[in-house]
Write a protein that binds this ligand. Structure first.
Ligand code: NAD
Ligand code: 13P
Length: 352
């Protein structure tokens, strides 16, 4: 019978783990070709070698996921057009700020019958307003796009510690089941939910909450304050999502992509970690500088997402409805001190 071909577009920290999960399944499932292509944004390592050559020789992404074997059936490819051309299942997993350019370069290059899934937490703000990354993919490439989000710190899944995830799909349950099958392992439990916007907005907005949690950590405010920030952040996530898309379901916020991702990211994520350092330095060192120093080429999503959310809020006259989201951005750009993150709660958020 017909066998699906999978390509992973991206090879960062989470992209590499996604390739590992998928590659373990394509070997086991008859409905997939064994080989998993992984597009790598090529770079030259300090050793002088190309990253793709090292991945294909050692089977490890030595820069973004050192010490983890990806599976011999993962093939790194620096040529994005070659990497996508035969695939009927495309997995997008790159930092969201690069997606607009990548989508443009893929116009007319993917199979017309391809299905996509986005693991990217973030959104775009265009002249017309906010545009989710799955919508960008669908519209630019003319293909359907689902999403996979959840409480998924990549380094933990890389060493096969148990976690859950949520697939958000639009209307085709069979396609959702295929994605569930492709990602599920005994240590990675995936649940499909028919709420693509809700799932994707959860993954996107929790990165802003994570920055707030990091500020609280940097200021040594303690667990109760951090829990308050997480609660109010979750409430703003729900309110914002429902204002943008009335179809978003309350139940989605109780899936892995919702409350669980807020918790894990506010405890152990990169956004939290860098925001903590930012607050410890009293906002005197920029996020760009701290990111470069602390993350070795990995990318934060929260700082640009906070700006994107702020643009939407100010454009629509919603700033006062979302004091936490608004305050995070104003702290990031230096307009407010990190300590402002707790003062906002005195403003009595109007949404319940
Ligand atoms: P990352 O943070 O490790 O970023 C590094 C990647 O970005 C590298 O592959 C690098 O080659 C690539 N890159 C750098 N400059 C580029 C450019 N100009 N064009 C294209 N690519 C470029 O990436 P990641 O952790 O795989 O994150 C990708 C997405 O997955 C993000 O939206 C993130 O929020 C999400 N995510 C990450 C995790 C995690 O724990 N890392 C978990 C869940 C979701
Ligand atoms: P960070 O990007 O903050 O590390 O969050 C990772 C994540 O999305 C966990 O689900």
């Amino acid at each position: 019978g017909y066998k699906s071909r999978v390509t992973v577009v991206g090879s960062g920290n989470w992209g590499s783990v996604a390739a590992k999960l998928i590659a373990s399944n394509t070997l086991k499932l008859n409905s997939f070709h064994d080989e998993v292509r992984m597009w790598v944004f090529e770079e030259t390592l300090l050793s002088g070698e190309k990253l793709t050559d090292v991945i294909n020789r050692t089977n490890e992404n030595v820069k973004y996921l050192p010490g983890i074997k990806l599976g011999k059936n993962v093939i790194a490819d620096p040529d994005i057009h070659n990497a996508v051309k035969d695939a009927n299942m495309l997995v997008f997993v790159i930092p969201h700020q690069f997606m607009d350019g990548i989508c443009k370069s893929l116009i007319d290059k993917v199979r017309g019958d391809a299905e996509a899934i986005s693991l990217i937490k973030g959104m775009e703000v265009k002249m017309e307003g906010p545009c989710m990354i799955s919508t960008l993919i669908s519209e630019q490439l003319g293909i359907n796009c689902s999403v996979l989000m959840g409480a998924n710190i990549a380094n933990e899944i890389a060493v096969e510690k148990f976690s859950e995830a949520t697939v958000g799909y639009r209307d085709n349950r069979e396609i959702a089941e295929q994605w569930v099958q492709l990602f599920s392992t005994p240590y990675f439990m995936v649940t499909p939910v028919q709420d693509v916007e809700g799932v994707e907005l959860c993954g996107t907005l929790k990165n802003v909450v994570a920055l707030a949690a990091g500020f609280v950590d940097g200021l040594d405010m303690g667990n109760n304050t951090k829990a308050a920030i997480m609660r109010i952040g979750l409430r703003e996530m729900r309110a914002f999502s429902k204002l943008l898309f009335s179809s978003v379901r309350d139940s989605t916020f109780f899936e892995s992509c919702g409350v669980a991702d807020v918790i894990t990211t506010c405890l152990g994520g990169r956004n939290r970690k860098v925001a903590e350092a930012f607050a410890k330095n009293g906002g005197k060192r920029s996020f760009d500088e701290l990111e470069a120093e602390m993350l070795q080429g990995q990318k934060l999503q929260g700082v640009s997402t906070a700006r994107e959310v702020y643009e939407v809020l100010s454009h629509r006259g919603w700033l006062e409805l979302f004091p936490l989201f608004a305050t995070v951005h104003e702290i990031c750009i230096g307009r407010l001190p990190p300590s402002a993150i707790v003062e906002y709660s005195e403003k009595k958020p109007r949404l319940s």
